[in-house]
Design a binder for this molecule. Structure first.
Ligand code: ADP
Length: 344
């Protein structure tokens, strides 16, 4: 065990809009005792920070004792009542809904695409923005792979249009699908900001934002800088997915973005021959998690071969089989989301 492992564990915890690791002023490992000196973001947060630290360090072996001290940071120019950051609204967008997940492969992009289509079926004007910079799959899912976007006379990107949805993906800006996205830091942030703010979206009721998986800097920066109506998190019922989705929920809560609810994907397998439901990854576990975190389950999507087949063909299940049980599940989730956001 090294200080590096500890810092990595602290990096995953977000408190008061920063990562715990960013608050560390000094850190020492003496035998199995870890000593941490934090700068205190706000008075009264001491106990909370100690708890979150102990929680994070449960995953780091060999630390037996943790001693936490604080030093108060006096802001240079305290401004009474000023928000921690200002969030910009994307012009023309009534509701921006972020779709996040704790880890990759749980079906976040599949859910984003079908959710966008379901909202459109309800009569809303909808856009879909693929910000999954590390694995943009929306072009394949929506059947626009290989297409390129153009700009208007004001140099604003014109989204593509497919299945009645305005679409934009980082994938459209890459030279070829094999290009690894190795952009980091400012370049990545610039590309993403351009995606949101320099786009001629027209007037949309909903923009569905497919975030990268996890709680990295892209998600955090977007959440801090862009006005969002809310976030939904996608998980499967497996332990690994559930463990990580907690971090995603905690991130949204910390940056004060309302978590509208959880979407349980691959909830069960519906046997096409017998019509019987098989709970392959366990039953009731997402509900347990949602109850423990005070979250709403927006809906459960079955593990349905039709979902992956239609996605691979660029014609997602809500567009290709709108009357199937799976499509209906997406439409009912879209209704709940519209109820929750219109009410706000
Ligand atoms: P993520 O965006 O979380 O990485 P994807 O949406 O790319 O995940 O989905 C991962 C794989 O799982 C894809 O091949 C997709 O077609 C498949 N998949 C997602 N949801 C389902 C589902 N409900 N039933 C069957 N296959 C699914």
């Amino acid at each position: 065990m090294a200080v590096k492992d500890v810092m990595e564990a602290l990096r995953d915890v977000i408190v008061d809009n920063s990562r715990l690791s960013e608050l560390v002023k000094d850190i020492k490992l003496i035998g199995r005792t870890l000593e941490i000196l934090y700068k205190l973001p706000k008075k009264g947060m001491e106990e909370y920070l100690v708890d979150r630290t102990r929680e994070a360090l449960e995953r780091v072996p060999d630390v037996e004792d943790v001693r936490v001290r604080f030093v108060e940071e006096v802001p240079a120019q305290p401004v009474m009542g000023a928000p921690a950051f200002t969030r910009r609204r994307v012009a023309g967008i009534k509701h921006l809904i972020a779709v996040g997940s704790g880890k990759g492969g749980v079906g976040k992009s599949t859910v984003s695409a079908n959710l966008a289509l379901a909202l459109s079926k309800l009569g809303y004007r909808v856009g879909l923005l693929d910000a999954d910079i590390y694995g943009p799959s929306i072009p394949t899912l929506m059947g626009v792979k290989g297409e390129r976007v153009h700009v208007d006379q004001n140099n604003r990107i014109i989204p593509l249009e497919r299945h009645g949805i305005s679409l934009l993906s980082i994938g459209f800006l890459l030279p070829s699908e094999d290009t690894p996205v190795i952009w980091r830091g400012p370049m990545l942030m610039k590309a993403l900001t351009q995606f949101l703010f320099d786009v001629n979206w027209g007037e949309l009721d909903y923009l569905v934002l497919d975030l990268p998986p996890g709680t990295g800097d892209v998600q955090l920066t977007l959440a801090q800088n862009v006005h969002m109506s809310g976030a939904v998190v996608v998980t499967t019922p497996q332990d690994v997915a559930l463990a990580d989705v907690k971090k995603a929920v905690a991130m949204f809560k910390e940056v004060q973005i309302p978590v509208l609810g959880v979407i349980e994907n691959m909830a069960y397998f519906l046997c096409p021959d017998s019509g019987k439901k098989y709970y392959i990854f366990g039953k009731g576990r997402v509900a347990e998690f949602a109850t423990a975190y005070g979250l709403k389950i927006l809906g459960s999507i079955p593990l349905d071969p039709e979902v992956s087949e239609t996605s691979d063909l660029g014609n997602p299940v809500v567009a290709s089989h709108p009357n199937s049980d799976t499509a209906r599940a997406f439409i009912s989730i879209a209704k709940l989301i519209s109820d929750l956001t219109e009410r706000r």
